[in-house]
Design a protein around this ligand. Sequence first.
Ligand code: GLU
Length: 469
Amino acid sequence: MAGDVSFLDGVNRMFDRAAAVLDLEPGLTEQIKLGKGVYQVRFPVRVNGGIRVFTGWRAVHSEHRLPTKGGIRFAPFVDQDEVEALAALMTFKCAVANVPFGGAKGGLRVDPREHGDEEMDRITRRFARELIAKGFISPALNVPAPDMGTGAQEMAWIADTYREQFPNDINAIACVTGKPPTQGGVSGRVEATGRGVQFALREFFRHSTDVSEAGLDGDLAGKRIVVQGLGNVGFHAARGMSEEDGARIVAIIERDGALIDDKGLPVDAVAEHLARHGGLEGFPGARFVADGRSVLEADCDILIPAALERQITQENAGRICAPLIAEAANGPVTWDADRILKQRGRVMIPDVFLNAGGVIVSYFEWIKNISHIRFGRIDRRFDETRGEAMLSALEMNGDRSVPDALRSRIVRGADELDLIRSGLDDTMRLAYQAIREIRQRYDEVDDLRTAAYVLAIEKIAGTYREMGL
Ligand code: GLU
């Protein structure tokens, strides 16, 4: 990573490259680019028999729409630069995906593996209380979600902490998304980011000119994919594409190394092995390589970094073989690496579009919470009855009955998961099409990342103008 600009500087340079395409007033460009502010807090918690002081952040990048939105990351290495960069990415991601939120992000420097459930409960609630006290968690203003090191459990603790303090707030549960479905969460939130990656790649492969730009052809079937990170995002993306689209996961990279199998790895079984043994080593029937990082350079069709930021840097960018890099993580390609990869004709599907599935479904969850009703609750039975009536009408006039498989598809009313998945699919498709349109509109925009940033900047500028800035 030596020599690469910082995460936040990189995001800012990506922003500047895109802003240069647009003819905006300099003050407006600055307002969109610069973060609103960042709150740093230190607080003590009694853990492991002693008192430990924790450091956390919540960065608010843009409030052009409210609430601001973005996950909270628990990791031993989090710092302010990272949280601010991730908050900026949230602003652009929401704009690209047409999610009417501003951008924010939180981070707490903690290694969840060092603490049991009871301690994590205490640490999370204390952090939440610190943020709530300063207005950094609120259904109307600032809504966290899971990110690396956090999940539904932490979100349930945060929601409970907020509700304790504001029992009269009828929308209290909308103060955070990614909750368990039994605590106001929505079906399909856990898989959302990974599914979003799958839906986005399907859409990419529907546009043959884009596909041939990456030197590929056809669709996802038979494509050789290398995935870095079998966490929530990587797992659901890899499983979906191998089971439903016929793609082959030829390598999986994790903390302790990588598994390689040209015939394709069984994603479920690998994930089970990882959960049981804490690493990939020893998985039967595949080659294990201890230097996982070198496998980023493996020969494949699609490389999906789905773990940490800053994985492809100026040090290894020159050796990346994959013609298509799908950024399922936030910021996996540094600014310096981006330029090297571009020069080498590699196509990158940028994070601000590709991993938006999480926040898209968070938006659906927030809508569900403030409308106080599950999706599909009112219309499902009605749709089924109408489907039955349509089928009866068809069969009355024809001489053949509708085959059973088709019958059940027509008759079935959509449940919450069906609606969430189709809403996610539609949003990802439309976002990709909007990015393509930008490329067509501006000759100087010759990559998807710049196009996505231009799209975001245009939309945010439009919002500020409408508000009368
Ligand atoms: N942490 C996720 C992200 O980076 C989801 C954010 C959200 O749902 O608010 O996009």
